[in-house]
Design a protein around this ligand. Structure first.
Ligand code: NDP
Ligand code: OXD
Length: 316
């Protein structure tokens, strides 16, 4: 984007310490803007665009000229929760941005962990037990994917191509080639009942908060497993612990938690049936993300519709 007029200013902030990487990349990909790192801004009152990951509360209220805010991730819950987010400000998410490939790897590992009993062998090793079990065929492990967006649909398709029986669930009815799909609350029950491994790839919204809870677990077959790589608040942690303790669920692989990292005394740290990873299922690829942001800035200047615009009422 180039501008013959006054300098357009953008601000970047990423709570994971990568602000400088983003500033350099955005200065290259969206060179029409002068990108600065929060809070070292020359003229905050002139900033028109913000590219953010977990920004500090109060930051947006210092940027009166803001015309758009970009999430530096696929999720936008961290932005929509900001008390100072102006009601009419467009919020834009990243779609895939290099994450689908990583998410496929993560979920495939998780599904195979349960399909091939690696969780049990790990527990056996701690007990000094050598106990091979019969190897299942792929068609015997049915997988359910909650969320069929940019990431969930790529994951469901990849698992299907791998030969696993996959079904998916979304808010509105989706069609994926050769994959059974469900939608809405009745569809969730149907999906849970058929899923030996349930994978959550939902955004956190008022509707999805707490969806991974006792009523859902009760619908899942005895010995089923859960993989959550959406958001920690999708899960009612106490309900998962109860389902694991009763043996109704055999295990869980959790990439996201309500508190990251969880406090030292959190029961998940040492639970024999829980595999934790530190929110690494899929990381934003800077180049792909900057391309999307730059293209959207061009659209914004041209008054064209933005791609990946979040529906604020829906929450994603
Ligand atoms: P999308 O917005 O592309 O897709 C969201 C999907 O969830 C859609 O299929 C949508 O349904 C469905 N959905 C939303 N609300 C409901 C509901 N109430 N009931 C049923 N389905 C619902 O998101 P992405 O695929 O890009 O990302 C999903 C989430 O993954 C992100 O929001 C983020 O929280 C998480 N994430 C985690 C990462 C990690 O490293 N752990 C990395 C990246 C993302 P519909 O199709 O009808 O709109
Ligand atoms: C994201 C994430 O939302 O990494 O992109 O969680």
């Amino acid at each position: 984007m180039s501008s013959p007029g006054p300098v357009l200013r953008g601000v970047v902030y990423s709570a994971d310490g990568s602000s400088e990487i983003w500033q350099r990349a955005l200065s290259r990909y969206a060179a029409g803007l002068r990108w600065e790192i929060w809070p070292a801004l020359d003229r905050p009152e002139e900033v028109v665009a913000a590219a953010l990951w977990l920004p500090p509360p109060g930051m947006l209220s210092t940027l009166p000229a803001l015309r758009v805010v970009f999430s530096l991730g696929a999720g936008v819950d961290h932005l929509l929760a900001l008390p100072d987010l102006p009601a009419a400000l467009p919020v834009v998410r990243l779609a895939d941005a290099g994450m689908a490939e990583q998410m496929i790897e993560y979920v495939l590992y998780g599904v195979l962990r349960f399909h091939r009993d690696f969780d049990r062998y790990q527990a056996d090793q701690d007990l000094g037990r050598w106990a091979p079990s019969a190897v299942k065929r792929r068609h015997e492990t049915r997988v359910g994917v909650l969320g069929l967006g940019a990431l969930g649909s790529a994951v469901a398709t990849a698992l299907h191509r791998f030969g696993l029986p996959v079904a998916g669930w979304s808010r509105t009815q989706r069609t994926l080639a050769d994959i059974e799909t469900f939608s809405g609350p009745p569809g969730l029950v149907a999906l849970a009942r058929r899923s030996q491994v349930l994978v959550a790839l939902l955004p956190l919204t008022p509707e999805t908060r707490g969806v991974l809870s006792r009523p859902l677990f009760e619908q899942m077959p005895e010995g089923a497993a859960l993989i959550n790589c959406g958001r920690g608040e999708l899960l009612v942690e106490a309900d998962l612990l109860a389902a694991l303790e009763s043996g109704h669920l055999r295990g869980a692989m959790l990439d996201v938690l309500q508190q990251e990292p969880p406090p030292p005394a959190h029961p998940f740290w040492r639970h024999r049936a829980v595999c934790l990873t530190p929110h690494v299922a899929a990381s934003t690829r800077v180049e792909e993300a900057c391309e999307q942001i730059a293209q959207n800035l061009t659209r914004l200047i041209a008054n064209e519709p933005l791609v990946g615009l979040v529906d604020r009422a829906r929450g994603y």
